[in-house]
Design a protein around this ligand. Structure first.
Ligand code: ATP
Ligand code: MG
Length: 575
């Protein structure tokens, strides 16, 4: 296989804009030259590959500058959050190869945020609005027209304080009132038009249970959480760019409350980068949750899902994912990343990592008519030609073998270098054989193929000078094991399912994204390897052992084919 061996050696990357900004801040001595980041997932779903991009940035930046990165669960909406997600998020981050300094929860700061909100109300900078969410939205105005002041905007401070307490004690129904920051209903940035900062949710929280009924909104929680923790660089995705002025506004307000303030010179800084979007899949947690809930896939770790646990189960390595994230880079422009780039990164990585074994996915019997019955030879085979330290193992050879049905043609076209009557091929790690014919059933299907071997051509023997163009993989019928093999394809039929107007995304699912082959055979050697082991089925693709596999029922997942045949097939179809 051709490898870009020089790729890593010659590549010297320039700093991306975030690295430059961080290095500048260090140079200028901001925050005492400290670097502290956080990864702030909302525990309302499993992590996907988009999150991996944020994780690599958050943890990577801290690592690079001897700083720290904390994990902070952004758990401000008790309706959607669950401990199941908290646990999976931690597992996935560790698997990607990162370690946080501390685990925090936004809910740790509910009291702090409450105190801050009270301070704002007392200063006349926040008020309780009794209008409905719809009513408030209608008054927002447009980017070119100012909004309308709420009739509650100038209510007395005492009233707002009293109602805010009632919002939290359970006396106020959900949606009946909210706390809004009093900023400017004519501001050119819509987020400044008296944003809602607290709402009532009467649902127990996964950590604080029934303590709170009033919950802070994202914009009122995120920056302040950064501030409490001492985050220096709050790195997030581009959609938060328009929120940044508000992030800064609340930090300014916070600094005006003596009880809440930290040292004068400290200030967190938000910097935004583009999201990772992949072709032929969706990245929205809401849509991924729909796929799971409606059983359109087999759970969050279905190998077709773009989730970290899905990729893990499919056989992607964390190194390949990190390499891909590094390849696509961080910019200020939204893009759609080609999934074949990710697959190329996976192939490239597994080529160095995967143990080579034989598997026959569509078997037909090959009988070597001049090989003694009952004789068994142990053939030696290399575990990984890319890695000498991976060693060797043996595979049994005998008179009756399985080979791939596609490797035989009774009437072969000109350049068919595989098994066909009269032609010689090499059986990998074994002998050269010459096909002598086949037996068919009444329907014309090939049932058995016959050949003769040349005992002087055993692999490793001095070269007889014979030119044989094809090498086939095989398994000894009496020595291999039955297996189920799952082949995966694109989850969706269109490049950007999220961008199709007026179509339910479910209708865009690829009905052939999973193909289960139940009549396959694999080498016994695979059972000596632990679950999730990286494998290459010779000449077929990269595979791994499914987590549900047992010795009685072997199951393998195709991680990725050896070559990017999918794109080729599609391109030819278009022509
Ligand atoms: P949703 O899908 O509900 O919008 P989210 O993707 O924003 O949720 P969070 O749990 O809030 O999910 O995300 C945690 C962090 O991961 C945030 O900093 C967010 O910016 C980042 N992130 C989320 N999706 C992507 C993505 N596709 N590419 C890069 N970073 C992402
Ligand atoms: Mg979010």
């Amino acid at each position: 296989m051709v490898e870009n061996k020089n790729e890593e050696a010659t590549e010297k990357k320039s700093l991306n804009f975030i690295e430059s900004a961080v290095e500048n801040d260090i140079k200028e001595g901001k925050n005492g030259g400290r670097v502290q980041t956080r990864f702030p997932p909302e525990p309302n779903g499993y992590l996907h590959i988009g999150h991996a991009k944020a994780i690599c940035m958050d943890f990577g930046m801290a690592e690079k500058h001897n700083g720290i990165c904390n994990l902070r669960f952004d758990d401000t909406n008790p309706l959607k959050e669950d401990v199941e997600y908290v646990d999976s998020i931690m597992e996935d981050i560790r698997w990607l190869g990162f370690q946080w300094e501390n685990v925090y929860y936004a809910s740790d700061y509910f009291q702090y945020l409450w105190d801050f909100a009270i301070a704002l109300i007392k200063e006349g900078k926040a008020y309780i609005d009794e209008q409905s969410a719809d009513g408030i939205a209608r008054q927002k105005g447009t980017p070119t027209e100012p909004g309308t002041n709420s009739p509650f905007r100038d209510r007395p401070v005492g009233q707002s304080l009293e109602l805010f307490h009632k919002m939290n004690s359970g006396e106020i129904e959900e949606g009946a009132m909210v706390l809004r920051a009093k900023i400017d209903m004519a501001h050119s940035n819509m987020h400044f038009r008296d944003p809602i900062i607290y709402r009532v949710i009467k649902h127990p929280h996964h950590r604080t249970k029934d303590t709170w009924k009033a919950y802070p909104m994202y914009d009122f929680a995120h920056g302040q959480s950064d501030y409490v923790e001492g985050v220096t660089h709050s790195l997030c995705t581009l959609e938060f760019e328009v929120h940044r002025p508000l992030y800064d506004y609340f930090i300014d307000q916070l600094k005006a409350v003596p009880e809440l303030v930290k040292e004068e010179s400290y200030r967190p800084r938000q910097i935004e980068f583009n999201r990772l979007n992949l072709t032929y899949t969706v990245m929205s947690k809401r849509k991924l949750l729909t796929l799971v809930k409606e059983n359109l896939v087999n759970g969050w770790d279905d190998p077709r899902m773009p989730t970290i646990c899905g990729f893990r189960r499919r056989g992607y390595s964390p190194e390949a994912i990190r390499k891909f994230v590094d390849m696509i880079g961080y910019t200020k422009y939204e893009a759609l990343n080609d999934i074949s780039l990710l697959e190329a990164a996976v192939r490239n990585d597994l080529n160095k990592r995967a143990t080579r074994v034989s598997a026959v996915l569509n078997p037909v019997k090959l009988i070597i008519t001049n090989y003694p019955e009952g004789k068994v030879e142990e053939m030696e085979t290399t575990n990984n030609p890319e890695d000498e330290t991976a060693g060797k193992h043996t595979i049994e050879f005998s008179r009756e073998l399985w080979i791939e049905r596609e490797d035989f043609a009774e009437n072969a076209p000109k350049k068919f270098f595989r098994m066909t009557p009269g032609q010689e091929v090499r059986l990998k790690s074994a002998y050269i054989v010459k096909c002598t014919g086949c037996k068919k059933n009444q329907a014309g299907e090939v049932q058995e193929i016959y050949c003769q071997y040349d005992p002087e051509t055993k692999s490793g023997m001095p070269d007889s000078g014979r030119k044989v163009k094809g090498t086939l993989h095989w398994l000894s019928c009496a020595h291999c094991l039955p297996a189920e093999v799952r082949l995966y394809d694109r989850l969706f039929n269109v490049e950007n399912p999220g961008a199709e107007p007026n179509v339910d995304f479910r209708e865009l699912l690829n009905p052939d994204s999973l193909k289960i082959l139940t009549n396959c055979f694999v080498e016994k050697y695979t059972t000596l390897l632990p679950p999730l082991s990286y494998l290459q089925f010779q000449r077929t693709g990269y595979f791994n052992i499914d987590k549900d596999a047992t010795l009685d029922k072997l199951i393998f997942n195709r991680t990725v084919s050896l070559k990017d045949t999918w794109n080729k097939i599609n391109n030819t179809q278009e022509k």
